[in-house]
Design a protein around this ligand. Structure first.
Ligand SMILES: [Zn+2]
Length: 313
């Protein structure tokens, strides 16, 4: 009989109840007395003394999938539809989507108000130590410092007596993606143990997934605009009404035209009229419109269409 091994830090983050639940639909997460490893399996000991085994590989896959999940378009959209804002050394501030979380909007949400003020002050924080406590302050919870392509490490002056290996190591660390969130740091702090558990492991988080998707969105949109010399005929105007309370979904409305962005209202048509779209559909909607060659615009930014949303979309 194989021996049971206690979990190290990385293993307890991977083989936890929630990932077991994600990996196995019928997993019963009650009455668990202990979780250990036996060979290629995770062993669950129940309070009544019985035990069950589950393949480790499947739980690892569930962990990776959950860690890489993609939050909706509005989850990390900054004030005034702002994307990640450049800070320094190739790092960006990723704003939590406070402006889009509640129908009361920015005016009445203190986090959103503080965030909007902070967004213009970024330049005054010149070190990570100065920036992070404000950014991740519990009260305002502005967002994260993120470097999807790694921070630029300034080249050191050549030291003739320097240790060559050390220099090489520094170069090797250049370009590693980074996020200041808790999940990413837990992976970074136990990197070796994670690598032993998951082949080719690299720390990841939902914020890095979001930024990747957002960049793809911006780049496809620019591509279409370039192709039509920045005078697109096919345009989509979109509006988003955040949820009225924490338990419901918001509503996304889209209208489209082939007569250019300045076309009067009569030239615009509802997209899939009668269907309701929420923030959960946001990326798919944007993907579809870009795929069809339409350039998306926030409806609020188009003068001739502004009033239709006030009438209730
Ligand atoms: Zn993160």
């Amino acid at each position: 009989m194989e021996t049971k091994t206690k979990l190290n830090e990385a293993q307890s983050l991977i083989y936890c109840r929630s990932n077991l639940r994600r990996a196995f639909d019928d997993f019963d997460d009650t009455d668990i007395a202990g979780i250990s490893l036996v060979g290629d399996n995770v062993c669950i000991t129940r309070t009544d003394g019985t035990s069950q085994e589950f393949p480790r590989e499947k739980v690892c896959a569930a962990f990776t999938k959950f860690t890489n999940r993609l939050p909706n378009f509005f989850a990390y959209l900054g004030p005034n539809y702002r994307g990640p804002s450049a800070w320094r050394d190739n790092g960006y501030v990723l704003f939590k989507g406070w402006s889009y979380t509640h129908s009361l909007g920015e005016r009445l949400n203190p986090n959103a108000r503080f965030q909007a003020r902070f967004a213009d002050q970024l330049i005054h924080f010149d070190t990570k130590d100065a920036l992070l406590p404000v950014l991740q302050n519990e009260q305002f919870d502005i967002g994260y410092l993120i470097a999807p392509d790694g921070f630029h490490i300034k080249p050191r002056l050549l030291d003739l007596d320097g240790d060559f290996d050390e220099e090489q190591e520094e170069q090797a660390s250049f370009g590693e993606p980074y996020c200041s969130c808790g999940s990413f740091h837990r992976q970074l702090n136990h990197l070796q143990a994670f690598k032993e558990e998951i082949p080719h492991f690299k720390p990841r988080c939902k914020h890095l997934s979001w930024v990747e998707k957002y960049r793809e969105f911006i780049s496809k949109r620019s591509q279409i605009r370039i192709e039509c010399n920045d005078v697109p005929e096919k345009c989509v105007a979109w509006w988003y009404a955040p949820p009225e309370d924490g338990n419901t979904k918001g509503r996304m409305t889209l209208i489209h035209t082939k007569s250019g962005v300045n076309a009067p209202l009569s030239h615009w048509r509802h997209y899939r009229k009668g269907e309701t779209f929420t923030e959960d559909d946001s990326w798919e909607l944007f993907d579809n419109m870009l795929e069809a060659g339409y350039v998306p615009y926030p409806g609020d930014s188009l003068q001739q269409l502004k009033h239709i949303w006030k009438k209730g979309g």
